[in-house]
Ligand binder design. Structure first.
Ligand SMILES: CC(C)(COP(=O)(O)OP(=O)(O)OC[C@H]1O[C@@H](n2cnc3c(N)ncnc32)[C@H](O)[C@@H]1OP(=O)(O)O)[C@@H](O)C(=O)NCCC(=O)NCCS
Length: 180
């Protein structure tokens, strides 16, 4: 069946919660949120992740019929001095769908959305520093590593570093020229 890429609607809360909790349980080192905390959050928490003003980003789903097999979000920063920034968050593809460019297609749509928001100048994301598939995916879209946060996560007694990556969309003046 063909996969359809579209915004996740608030009415699709149950399916989003299912894949989000699967992501946190199955790939605990890939996300800052934990399954333990998220699984007891009320509906409003998940609705809050789905809901985003059109001018502030989107939560993109990869749909196989009514089944959400991949997901990823773009969210613009809210504070006045940071409205030129947005983050990619929650990128996840179900294990049996990986390596088939589903992640690529989701990210492509999120970045198309970002480019349609005129004020956006830079997109940020964080990725666990040894997550080769994710690092490679983001690099393919032009994200570059701008820093590393040591020991940012502790999962099952082991520490994990997080790489920060940035994609500059152009525009705006910067004292050091266009960075990164
Ligand atoms: C990262 C993730 C979203 C990628 O989704 P995906 O649908 O498998 O990725 P794609 O098939 O679109 O692959 C995109 C690129 O990633 C790279 N890639 C995919 N799987 C890979 C692997 N196992 N090893 C190395 N690179 C890999 C490939 O270079 C691929 O490009 P190509 O098609 O030119 O070869 C998916 O692996 C995932 O959900 N992982 C667990 C959660 C996670 O790590 N999320 C990221 C949080 S920052």
């Amino acid at each position: 069946m063909d996969i359809e890429y579209r915004k996740v609607a608030e009415s699709e809360l149950d399916e989003f919660r299912r894949i989000r909790l699967l992501a946190l349980r199955e790939s605990p080192t890939a996300f800052g949120s934990s399954f333990e905390e998220s699984s007891v959050h009320p509906d409003e928490y998940f609705t809050g992740l789905i809901k985003v003003e059109d001018s502030d980003g989107m939560l993109c789903g990869a749909w196989d019929g009514n089944h959400l097999c991949g997901v990823g979000g773009l969210r613009r920063d809210g504070r006045l001095k940071q409205r030129h920034r947005a983050s990619i968050w929650g990128m996840y593809v179900e294990p049996d769908r990986r390596g088939k460019r589903v992640g690529h297609a989701i990210l492509d749509r999120l970045l198309a959305k970002a480019r349609a928001i005129p004020e956006l100048a830079i997109i940020m994301l964080t990725v666990e520093a040894s997550n080769a598939p994710a690092l490679r995916l983001y690099s393919q879209f032009g994200f570059v590593k701008v820093g590393t946060e040591p020991m940012a996560l502790r999962v099952d007694g082991r520490y994990w570093d997080l790489d920060q990556m940035a994609l500059h969309l152009g525009g705006g003046a910067h004292p050091a020229g266009n960075v990164p």
